[in-house]
Write a protein that binds this ligand. Structure first.
Ligand code: NAD
Length: 326
């Protein structure tokens, strides 16, 4: 099987190269994003392997069908960037439904702890021999109320971590899990009662801009918001307005609505055109990271393993257990 890997960085080869060789796959790694222009690179390949900020729309699927490409291998869990309906009957879309929910949940907690206690800013101050702690006062998390939106694999890992801090957990999910030791409430109640809100639901038409002027207006003053799911869960302009109104004590974002083409790249020598991103990075109580919640050895190894198993199933006609269907 010949696989074209898009949007690759040196670390992508760390697991994929040795493991893919064991399967006998012919793999080609390019740095370019998968889009209308770069799709032609996949001519002669059996499958493409893409990541979170690549996209495949209906027109691209039609072209891939003509190019006899049989599959899209998503080396991630989310699949909002592929037109799944258009793919139906034309090619298979396979993903990695779970690799290390702990990796993302632990990172969500890292963001919360950092924006609460300003360790990122303390680090630069002490390196500058400025030992002043002005502006770094946080709050105890002990016995605070955390609202978890989406109680799937990552949400549950986050709940376990939050419970370790003796926090009271409120949760919202259209499919509540009765086995969890949490109090399910409506989204509105969660917004109103939580001291900390952490988003762990997928991006769908229903969840797009889940955090918007209305939901922000329900939140407690001094709330902490963490998003490690997908950027478009938050209406960025509404978030900026909320920050200007001092509604948020801290915001940790591992994902951003307009991250495509920006995250994972070094643009430090360029003029930034995205004014919302510039505005967000200017707030002292906002921490933005570049979609790296998944980035642990365990998670990246599991991603490579499952992606290659998906490719092998596609090649050998085995059951496609990780296929995404409409
Ligand atoms: P999951 O499918 O196990 O859980 C998602 C949960 O969200 C489910 O329980 C589902 O019922 C719930 N849900 C669906 N619609 C909802 C809604 N309208 N409101 C509230 N909850 C809703 O998925 P997961 O593995 O826990 O991953 C969650 C998300 O995390 C993924 O969709 C992905 O976008 C994101 N993610 C981010 C990273 C990263 O590196 N930052 C890595 C992996 C996954």
């Amino acid at each position: 099987m010949k696989i074209m890997f898009y949007s690759t960085k040196p670390y992508d080869r760390y697991w994929f190269e040795p493991m893919g060789k064991d399967y006998g796959f012919e793999m080609h790694f390019v740095e370019m994003q998968c889009d209308e222009e770069t799709l032609s690179l996949a001519q002669g390949y059996d499958a493409i392997c893409i990541f979170v900020n690549d996209y495949v729309n209906a027109a691209m699927i039609e072209r891939m069908h003509q190019m006899k490409i049989r599959g899209i291998l998503l080396r991630c869990a989310g699949f909002n960037n592929v037109d799944i309906r258009a793919a139906e009957g034309k090619l298979h879309v396979l993903r990695v439904p779970s690799y290390s929910p702990q990796a993302v949940a632990e990172f969500a907690m890292a963001l919360l702890l950092t924006v609460n206690r300003f360790t990122h800013r303390a680090y630069t101050r002490t390196r500058d021999y400025n030992m002043n702690i002005n502006g770094f006062m946080g709050v105890d998390l002990y016995k605070k109320t955390a609202g978890v939106v989406g109680t799937g694999k990552i949400g549950q890992a986050m709940i376990r971590i939050l419970q370790g801090f003796c926090m009271k957990i409120l949760a919202y999910d259209p499919y509540p899990n009765p086995a969890l030791d949490v109090t399910y409430v409506s989204l509105e109640e969660l917004m109103k009662q939580s001291d900390i809100i952490s988003l762990h639901c997928p991006l769908t038409e229903e969840t797009r801009h889940l955090i918007n002027p209305q939901t922000i207006s329900m939140m407690k003053k001094g709330v902490y918001l963490v998003n490690t799911s997908r950027g478009a869960l938050i209406d960025t302009e509404a978030l900026i307005d909320g920050l200007l109104e001092k509604r948020f004590a801290g915001v940790g974002l591992d994902v951003y609505e307009e991250e495509e083409g920006v995250f994972y790249e070094d643009r430090s020598n360029e003029i930034v055109k995205d004014e919302n991103l510039v505005r967000l990075t200017s707030f002292p109580n906002v921490l933005i990271t570049s979609h790296m919640g998944f980035f642990t050895k365990e998670a990246t190894k599991a991603i490579a393993q499952t992606t290659l198993e998906n490719a092998y199933a596609l090649e050998t006609g085995k059951e496609l257990v990780n296929e995404v269907r409409p």
